[in-house]
Write a protein that binds this ligand. Structure first.
Ligand code: NAD
Ligand code: LMR
Length: 339
């Protein structure tokens, strides 16, 4: 008995497992872009995470102060602090263990993620320069699109500042995994998608998103047509939401849930839990492209191990070969932006 009161706490349904034993771990987490469509619900999830002792909210939009006041009324232990604009950015970051970055513009119908590069590349560069100054040892989760390029931008900024540690920088691709779990559960008639797992590898745009349906657990057989259709739907998941919202933005609520679950996995790793595997877009040598999403083992220093793609079907092998030039081009574009 740890002395905790009985009964269901705030968002225990989401962080029920996370809450166990978490009173001994205690982290400072910042959300940059916290007033946005992703930032607000993500901040609410993080406020509910019992591993978090302090939640820092940063945005260029002054309403972030109100978002902070709003969240501060939730009776979880995380203290909430809000910061507005460049002048307060370093104070926001000082002492952070984990920085989650959903700052930047989202797509409208007809746009590719790469169309966001012109605005978001500069935002990510500026924020990462501040991270390098103020919390160079923090784990960094990049959500801002195009992820295939913004993660290499972040890496380049950190290298130039002399603080780059590849274990600490991750592009968040967990929404692709959530979609794959959901769509496979639907297709196979599993009533509970939480029992399904599908690794999603490569990157986070169009054909670079590659679900390894052949590695689905519990084991499932897919016809070629089924595998092709599910792969297309998972690759198109972001566009499905962009079109459904008709110009009002892209995935925010599902992304917030995915980012919160991934951030929690990072905190569990930091607090010394073992066996925390998740897919993320990180620097590695498991593929010919220097940044590649696969399953990674999260530990006390961030990414402790990067797993290769493993056994793939002929369809998946072809898809991987075909996507690598696009992925490499997006990586080069990010590196050249800083260089
Ligand atoms: P949004 O426009 O609703 O919110 C973005 C927020 O960022 C706004 O509050 C804005 O004020 C803030 N911002 C802008 N410039 C900033 C800066 N320099 N510093 C701090 N904050 C700044 O957009 P959203 O729907 O929350 O999406 C944000 C980003 O996340 C987009 O680039 C989108 O494409 C991306 N995204 C990624 C994934 C993924 O799977 N990785 C999923 C969904 C969306
Ligand atoms: C997504 O996958 O939902 C995000 O990358 C947002 C987008 O533009 O599709």
């Amino acid at each position: 008995d740890d002395g905790a009161p009985d009964g269901v706490g705030v968002l225990d349904w989401f962080f029920g497992v996370a809450a166990i034993g978490s009173r001994r771990s205690s982290f400072v987490v910042a959300v940059l872009g916290a007033a946005g469509g992703i930032g607000q619900p993500l901040a609410a999830f993080v406020k509910a995470n019992a591993r978090v002792r302090e939640l820092r909210l940063y945005d260029v939009a002054p309403v972030v102060r109100g978002v902070g006041v709003d969240l501060s009324h939730i009776n979880t232990r995380a203290k909430v602090r809000a910061y507005v604009g460049d002048a307060e950015l370093d104070a926001c970051l000082r002492g952070c263990d984990l920085v989650v970055v959903p700052a930047g513009v989202p797509r409208k119908p007809g746009m590719s993620r790469d169309d966001l590069f012109g605005v978001n590349a500069g935002i990510v560069r500026t924020l990462c320069e501040a991270i390098a100054r103020s919390c160079p040892n923090a784990l960094v989760n990049i959500i801002s699109n195009p992820v295939n390029s913004t993660v290499p931008i972040a890496a380049e900024v950190f290298k130039r500042s002399g603080c780059y540690d590849a274990r600490k920088l991750m592009g968040v691709t967990h929404l692709d995994v959530m979609r794959a779990r959901t769509f496979v559960a639907e297709a196979k008639g599993f009533d509970d998608p939480t029992i399904v797992d599908v690794p999603v590898i490569g990157g986070h745009a169009g054909a670079t998103i590659l679900p390894l349906l052949s590695q689905t657990t519990p084991r499932c057989a897919f016809t070629d047509e089924e595998a092709a259709a599910l792969t297309r739907r998972i690759q198109n998941g972001g566009t499905e939401v962009v079109e459904a919202k008709g110009g009002a933005g892209s995935a925010t609520l599902s992304m917030a849930a995915a980012a919160a679950e991934f951030a929690d996995a990072c905190l569990r790793g930091l607090s010394g839990e073992s066996g925390i595997w998740a897919c993320a877009y990180v620097e590695s040598s498991v593929a010919s492209a220097p940044f590649f999403a696969t399953k990674v083992l999260l530990g006390k220093h961030g990414v402790e191990r990067v797993s290769g793609p493993g056994a793939m079907s002929p369809f998946e092998k072809r898809a991987m070969e075909n996507m690598l030039p696009e992925l490499q081009a997006s990586i080069n574009k990010g590196i050249n932006f800083v260089g």
